[in-house]
Design a protein around this ligand. Structure first.
Ligand code: NAD
Length: 356
């Protein structure tokens, strides 16, 4: 049960419930922290079983965005929105426009974008009502599909891990087992292949598998077997909470590094990886390429500048690894610490400026 006490404990600035029966809209906008800039994060349209489940998800995601933007050093705070319901049944233009109006009610403290269940066309519809929106594919100044940018950032993070953990300057000969070759997994597989990596993939979607098989020499395994593949990197690019009590004992890798958000089902699972001597790349630090790309729209999108910035995920990952070793703390705690230090130092520079 979510209580005001919990919202206070996690330091949420604002949580808004949006309700309009006439269009069938039930949504929640959560703004976690605006020290570094407006709370920015996609809108997820999802058939949550209960409102409580939707609230839990939006709070977790909004707080996650605070950390992801901070560690990526972009001028965004943490925010997220969810629309409750099945997008296939409920989605229509009036509902999306109404959501855009609700985004306006928080006065620019939340900037919306794409997430699960919301596509580029939907963003265009929402943008009829609000200018607090980024990442509209096809629009002027758009940064386009974030997935290749996300994959590019993960690729650079993986290079850093190869250097620090495997003492290798190249990925040649390293074996990657990719769970899910959708938008990000596919682009990442392309990048890894160019560097001479060996690749095993799985996906529940046959079309996604074929697209990858047509382009790359990959081994395909059943989705239920991906955790058992002996490999150097297990690369989760499908869904969250896949590092848990059932899966961790099966892993035969040295590193987990992938795109999926919230890969650790619980904090204990992070410690269980350490006991197995598996290095874990904190998900939000590694998969921030998409949001870094979108942030570039603020100053007029330039792909070269955006990709230069994204490639700095390499340095961020090196810092996480070295600090983790030096301070003898897990990587997932070091990443949080780094993000919190950046927010705290911004607060010290401009006390009382939250909301910027
Ligand atoms: P996507 O939906 O295009 O790809 C996910 C793929 O995983 C799909 O092909 C799907 O069929 C497959 N899949 C689902 N369940 C599976 C299972 N049990 N076993 C194997 N495959 C399964 O999504 P995406 O945009 O590629 O994002 C992948 C992950 O990365 C998601 O968790 C997303 O939240 C996260 N992420 C994406 C971005 C981005 O820029 N797209 C940015 C940050 C984080």
């Amino acid at each position: 049960m979510i209580t005001i006490e919990k919202l206070n404990k996690d330091d949420f600035e604002q949580v808004v419930f949006c309700n309009d029966k006439t269009v069938g809209l039930k949504a929640i906008i959560a703004i976690h922290d605006t020290t570094l800039g407006p709370g920015t994060g996609g809108c997820r349209f999802y058939p949550y079983k209960t409102e409580e489940e939707a609230l839990t998800d939006v709070l977790r995601l909004a707080k996650g965005m605070t950390y992801k933007s901070a560690i990526s050093r972009i001028p965004f705070g943490g925010g997220k929105a969810v629309i409750i319901g099945d997008p296939h049944q409920l989605k229509n233009e009036r509902l999306l426009e109404r959501f855009g109006e609700f985004v306006n009610y928080v006065g620019g403290r939340y900037i919306t974008a794409k997430d699960v269940g919301v596509d580029g066309h939907d963003l265009q519809v929402i943008s009829r009502k609000t200018k607090h929106i980024l990442g509209i594919e096809g629009a002027k100044n758009s940064s386009g599909d974030p997935s290749p940018a996300t994959a590019f950032g993960i690729f650079h993070g993986i290079r850093a891990i190869a250097k620090e953990i495997f003492k290798k300057e190249s990925l040649k000969g390293l074996h990657f087992a990719i769970q899910g070759v959708g938008y990000v997994g596919y682009h990442l597989a392309l990048d890894l292949h160019k560097e001479g990596a060996t690749i095993t993939i799985c996906d529940v979607d046959k079309e996604a598998l074929h697209r990858c098989q047509e382009k790359l020499p990959v081994t395909v395994v059943d989705p239920s077997k991906i955790y058992d593949v002996p490999c150097d990197f297990f690369v989760p690019c499908a869904m969250g909470a896949i590092l848990n009590r059932e899966t961790i004992p099966r892993l035969k890798c040295r590193v987990v590094a992938g795109a999926a958000n919230n890969q650790l089902a619980t904090l204990q699972d992070g410690y269980d990886l350490i006991s197995k001597n598996i290095f874990y790349a904190p998900d939000y630090a590694l998969n921030a390429g998409g949001i870094i790309n979108i942030a570039e729209e603020l100053q007029g999108y330039d792909q070269k500048r955006a990709y230069d910035r994204i490639s700095h995920i390499y340095e961020t990952m090196i810092e996480i690894i070295r600090r983790s070793e030096k301070e003898k703390k897990p990587t997932f705690l070091i990443a949080n610490q780094m993000a919190e230090e950046i927010i705290e130092s911004a607060k010290k520079r401009s006390p009382g400026q939250a909301g910027g």
